[in-house]
Design a protein around this ligand. Structure first.
Ligand code: HEC
Ligand code: HEC
Length: 240
């Protein structure tokens, strides 16, 4: 009885060693390092999903379809391509961007897993690009914001109040700079400082766009009801 034990233990030990040796051979096929992501297992993908939720989803979306301009979709992209890009960010092979920080603390293994996860997803559908833009139309937004200005500057930017400028046809960048000037106090006007204070740069741009696209017309204050006879005579004299 007692001399069987060492033999049994030996068999168990041998079995453990065999599985330990066999493991790496099955999960890491002899493939070029660049292509390793293509051979990811479903467990890699599951772990990649967890990593992605922690470190990528806030920018690229949990489904890899970005809702933010300037951030690319990555869902359904080829695993090997994604893996290559991630390594390039980590090693400084692509220009400094928000990505450099995002991949900085992920291990080589982690990069492979998030690449495998995003590659496993469906690519963005065409309908997604056809859907109306999530942000309101800037021109429409400008028109709504301009409702607060119409009392002085006219509903379409043509004023009828002396001492108040018309805003129609102003270059949008000039317009935005003027508003910023009122906001910071670089340009002095108690009235306008109050209006500019509550608005953002984006709203300045929207408003500027709205006024720039309105039909130009002369301010009614500039045209007197009846032309004064003297200037009419002078005009006639000049013409004659
Ligand atoms: C702070 C926001 C942010 C986070 C977090 C982030 N990304 Fe990015 N990602 C970007 C931006 C912005 C770009 C475009 C940068 C550029 O032009 O190089 C980008 C580009 C990429 C690209 C290149 C796509 C291509 O086709 O060129 C990949 C791949 C990518 N991200 C994957 C990831 C993964 C995986 C994670 C999580 C580990 C992640 N990103 C986290 C913002 C982010
Ligand atoms: C109570 C009247 C009043 C209201 C309301 C008003 N403004 Fe003005 N605005 C003025 C006056 C007066 C000036 C001239 C101030 C100065 O001397 O710089 C002016 C000047 C401006 C200028 C500079 C134009 C130029 O040619 O340099 C801009 C731009 C402007 N306003 C935009 C707006 C916008 C946008 C709103 C609404 C959010 C608004 N204003 C609301 C009275 C008003």
């Amino acid at each position: 009885m007692t001399d069987i034990r060492p033999a049994a233990a030996g068999i168990v030990w041998l079995a453990l060693c065999t599985t330990a040796w066999a493991q790496p051979a099955t999960s890491k096929p002899a493939a070029a390092d660049d292509l390793r992501a293509m051979y990811a297992t479903s467990q890699d993908v599951a772990e990649g999903k967890r990593l992605a939720q922690e470190s990528c989803a806030r920018c690229h979306g949990a489904n890899g379809v970005s809702a933010t301009a300037g951030i690319p979709h990555i869902a359904g992209q080829r695993a090997a391509y994604l893996h290559l890009q991630l390594r390039a960010y980590k090693q400084g092979g692509r220009p400094q961007s928000p990505m450099s920080g995002a991949v900085g603390f992920l291990s080589e293994d982690g990069l492979l897993k998030v690449a495998a996860y995003y590659a496993s997803l469906d690519p963005p559908q065409r309908v997604a690009t056809k859907a109306p833009p999530p942000r309101p139309d800037p021109l429409q937004a400008g028109k709504s914001a301009a409702a607060a200005c119409g009392g002085c500057h006219g509903s379409a930017g043509v004023t009828s109040i002396p001492g108040t400028p018309s805003l129609v046809g102003l270059d949008p960048s000039y317009f935005a700079a003027a508003m910023a000037g009122y906001k910071t106090g670089a340009r002095k006007s108690d009235v306008m400082a109050g209006f500019a204070a509550g608005l953002s740069d984006a709203e300045f741009n929207n408003l500027g766009l709205f006024y720039a696209t309105q039909k130009p017309a002369k301010a009614p204050t500039k045209a007197p009801a009846r032309p004064p006879p003297r200037s009419a005579e002078a005009a006639t004299a000049r013409r004659g």
